[in-house]
Structure formats: C-alpha cells, structure tokens
Design a protein around this ligand. Structure first.
Ligand code: ADP
Length: 400
C-alpha cells in the first residue's frame, strides 16, 4: 500500500467569519488541511505552533494591521508563501504587501472556485523554489569542496615536485661525489703501481724472492683498486649521462681476438680451455673500440672467474637476422634462477658467487649493459646452476 502524502496546511487569518467558513470548506474539499485564526495575534501564535505551507491573510482586521502581520510572518519565514486578501479599492495596500514579500493578492469578494488552484500553485511554486535553493546550495557546497580538493591536490603535486627535485639533486651530488673520489683515488694508485713495477723490474737493484712475492701481492691489490675506481667512475659518468663514445667502423672479430688475447694469461693460470668460433665473413659494427673491448673483457673475465679450473669457455661471433651476435659461454658455477634478473643491477652479486668467496663489486655487468645499450645493442643471459652460463650481446650490423 502506498503511504498517503501528508496534507498541505493552509493557515487562514481573517476576522470575517463568513469568509473563513467558506474558505475552510472550499480548501478542505480540495484536500488541504485548514487552520483558522480570527485575529492577527492568534494567527501569529498558530504560525509559531505549527508552521503551515501557506498563509491566507486578510489586510483589514480589528486587532493588527495585515501589513504588520505580514512583516512578522516574513521575518520568521522569508520563504513562506502568503496570499493576501484585500477589499475592493485597496489595490495600493496590495502593492505595499507585494513589496513586503506577499506572493499574490485576492480581492474580496473572492472567487471561491479559483482559490484552491491559486493556493496549490503558490505552494507548488514555493516548494520548487525551496528545492531549487537546496540544489543551488548543494551545488555551491560541492563546488567549494571540489575547489578545496583541487587546492589540496595542487599542494600535494607541488610537494611531490619538490621531493622529486630534491631527490634528483641528491642523486646528482652522490654521482658527483663518487666521480670525484674515484678520480682522486686513481692518481695515487697509479703512482703506487708504477713504483711497484719499477721495483719488480729490479732497475735500481735486485730483490729477493720473498720481496718479489710481496710486491706482486701489492701490485695485484693495487690493480684491483684501480679497477674499482675505474668502475665507479664509469658508473657515475653513465648515470650523469656524461660518457662520451668515439665510435668508428670496427670488425667485431678483431675486438674479440684482442679481448681474448689480453685475458689469455688468466685462462692459462686456471687451466681453462678457451675455444673461439668466429664467423669467417667480417662483422662490421659502429662502436667505441675501448668500450666494446671493456664489455668483452668483463664477460670473459667473469667466465674465467666463475668457472672452476679445468672448465671450458667458448666465444662465438656470428651474424643473426641482420645483427651481430657475440656469445660467451662457460661451464662454470651458473647463476641461480632467482638471481638471473638482477645481475645487471648495480652492486648485485648472485648468492652462489658470494659463497664461492670470489672477489667482485657487482659493477661490471651493469656497466657492460649500459655500454651495450649506448651502442643500440642488447645484452642477455641464459644460465643453469652448476652447469654454466651464456652471455649474449647483440649489436646492429653495418652494411658490408
Ligand atoms: P662481479 O663479477 O664483480 O661480482 P658483475 O657485475 O660482473 O660483478 O657480475 C654480477 C654477478 O653476476 C656476479 O657477482 C655473479 O654472481 C654473476 N655472474 C656474472 N657472470 C657470471 C658467470 N659467467 N657465471 C656465473 N655467475 C656470473
């Protein structure tokens, strides 16, 4: 069952009993609830008790003047629709009442058939106005909230921007610092290396076997430190975007041969079997000679470092789908699957290589990766734990 809508209340304020009676009947017939006051005072009291939906107010009453009742009503409820009733010939008063906020006026004697529709129309209008006001208010509130939210977001965006700028600045300072320190370290280290080599050469007098052994250890450690300083310098230059490449047209096989030659003593010392499998046709690439040899050196020295004595290392170079490929495969310790993705990250070392107590900084591969990418190439790895690894470098091939 539908709930019945509550009746709309009309408050009649008029000391003319006949008029009020007729209005009461007419409005009740039209479905309104009617409350009647026979004086202005009573009308205001009834209004206070239960505010109606509309007031019909006579202008000429014995106690209070209609205009003053109207003023009191409007002060209490500015949106309340009030229809005033005036005697014929009092249009001036009607105009005054309209100025004070009356919604309409009816001239006595009333057309009772029309009253209900006028009342309904004004209640409806006032309802619509109330709804409109509520909606306008809500809209204003929402737009205020929206503006507040936008301001908050803007503040957050500015904060984020500042944090980002601070972070970039901190990163830049860190890179600058690393670059400066490694640069400063290299000079004295190179000096030490030079003097140790002089002593080992015995130019200024003979040294005994024990002294030679110690000096070789010093030289070895000195070279390691220089290598670390060089790696740090490279990584900071790469990160700052300051690495300059001098690219020329080069034959890849020649670079591979040169890298293999320089690492030969290390392979021999570990009794590793080194196989070269190089395509007979020249593989021309556009590259920085020193940097490309650095990449190959890194892969070869890793293969040497992470392959137990007696193992095999194979280097291949061949064309593949318009690209040049170099592969360095070993039969070494391999890389655990969970570490595979991360070995190209700075300072990352796989679990097994740390356990093997091999020396390393975890900078070689990230540098190699950046260098290869600076040559528009790609580096990847495939490995099986305990079986070996294959590092593959792809580079754009130049037209023959
Ligand atoms: P480093 O060798 O100085 O630790 P790299 O950046 O060259 O640093 O290599 C990162 C890590 O990748 C190594 O610590 C090692 O765990 C793993 N790795 C690289 N090459 C090999 C390889 N040929 N066999 C097994 N592990 C390797």
């Amino acid at each position: 069952m539908l709930a019945e809508e509550p009746k709309q209340t009309v408050l009649l304020i008029d000391d003319d009993r006949l008029n009020t009676k007729l209005l009461e009947v007419t409005l009740a017939d039209a479905g309104f609830r009617v409350v009647t006051a026979l004086t202005g005072k009573e009308g205001l009291q009834l209004f206070e008790k239960q505010p109606p939906d509309l007031v019909m107010l006579d202008m000429l009453m014995s106690d209070l003047h209609g205009l003053s009742v109207l003023t009191s009503l409007k002060r209490r409820a500015p949106a309340l629709p009030v229809i005033i009733m005036t005697a014929h010939g009092s249009e001036e008063m009607a105009v005054e009442a309209m100025k004070l906020g009356a919604s309409d006026y009816l001239v006595k004697p009333l057309h009772y058939q029309r009253v209900a529709s006028v009342v309904r129309e004004h209640i409806e209008k006032s309802r619509l106005r109330a709804t409109e006001e509520r909606l306008t208010h809500q809209l204003r509130e929402s737009s205020l909230q929206l503006m507040r939210r936008v301001a908050e977001l803007e503040r957050a965006r500015r904060k984020l921007e500042q944090a980002h700028a601070d972070l970039e600045e901190a990163g830049r300072l860190k890179t600058e610092f690393i670059s400066m320190v490694s640069h400063e370290l290299r000079t004295p280290l190179t000096n030490i290396q030079g003097y140790v080599e002089l002593l080992l050469d015995e130019t200024d007098g003979p040294i005994n076997d024990a002294q030679r052994e110690y000096l070789e250890i010093v030289l070895d450690n000195c070279k390691r430190l220089i290598a670390i300083a060089n790696d740090l310098l490279d990584i900071s230059r790469i990160e700052a975007g300051n690495l300059r490449l001098a690219k020329t047209r080069l034959r890849l096989q020649e670079l591979v041969e040169e890298a293999v030659r320089s690492l030969h003593p290390q392979f021999r010392a570990k009794n590793l079997q080194l196989t070269l499998d190089l395509a007979p046709q020249p593989l021309w690439i556009w590259a920085d000679r020193e940097r490309m040899i650095q990449v190959l050196n890194n892969l070869l020295s890793n293969a040497c470092k992470y392959t137990p004595a007696g193992g095999c290392v194979t280097v291949r170079a061949y064309p593949d789908n318009g690209r040049a490929l170099v592969e360095v495969s070993d039969t070494g310790i391999g890389i655990p699957e969970q570490d595979l993705e991360r070995i190209f990250e700075k300072f990352y070392r796989a679990e097994n290589s740390r356990q093997e107590a091999t020396y390393g900084t975890g900078l070689g591969l990230p540098i190699a990766k950046s260098l290869v990418e600076l040559h528009d190439g790609h580096i990847s790895v495939a490995s099986k734990l305990g079986k070996g690894s294959t590092f593959r470098v792809q580079l754009p091939l130049l037209e023959g």
